[in-house]
Design a binder for this molecule. Sequence first.
Ligand SMILES: [Zn+2]
Length: 239
Amino acid sequence: MAHPWLGKLLELQKCDLRIYTNRLKLNSLPGDLKELLGKRDALLKAVDAEANKVKKIDLEIKSGESEIKQLDDENRKLQQQSAMVKKNDEYQAMLSTIEKNKQKTSAIEETLLAKFDELEKAKREFNRVKQENAAALKMVKADFDDVVAFSETLKKELSELEKARPGKVNGIIPEVLRRYTALMKKPESGAPVCPVENGICTRCHMRVTAQTLNQLQKGEVVECDNCQGMLYDPERADI
Ligand SMILES: [Zn+2]
């Protein structure tokens, strides 16, 4: 003969455990989303860092080129002026300045050659990182969308479970419901209603007493002496 309320209680428990796991998963999702946003920011930041390296070298080159232009302009002026200078020492001083400016220009030009190489390398690195991170960003975006979609699925399922729950409480006697509800307050300790397997409580994994086993064999639901779980023998309870 079927047990009068065990089947209903197991149905209620199935519903409650799903509500519990859905809530647990939902609570972990904001953390997952935050982690993905962190990954996205790190990828964008890495591309920015490479872009800034390119910009910095570019500015250094522009500054060098502008220095050369200034030195050239100064030399051009000095050459024009020198043609009108009468005094020899003034003329020599001008020539000396012109010569120094030419040396400065050569030194800057040499630095610029190295900078051009640096710029090419930095540009290649920027493009490599940009391409690589674009692929990674796509994956992060897809993961993010998946988490958002999963969250919607969980919410929908949760609302359906919560709607169905009151109907599942009907027909369970108050005393049983009270014991079950007390145990369900700590679902992490295991399902309140659980089968006995080979004389072991599947909730606390302890061997049950001979007396408990005897009651279970009569098809009753018996409280586990160790964890207070509501034990049943699946072969005898006829559910
Ligand atoms: Zn137990």
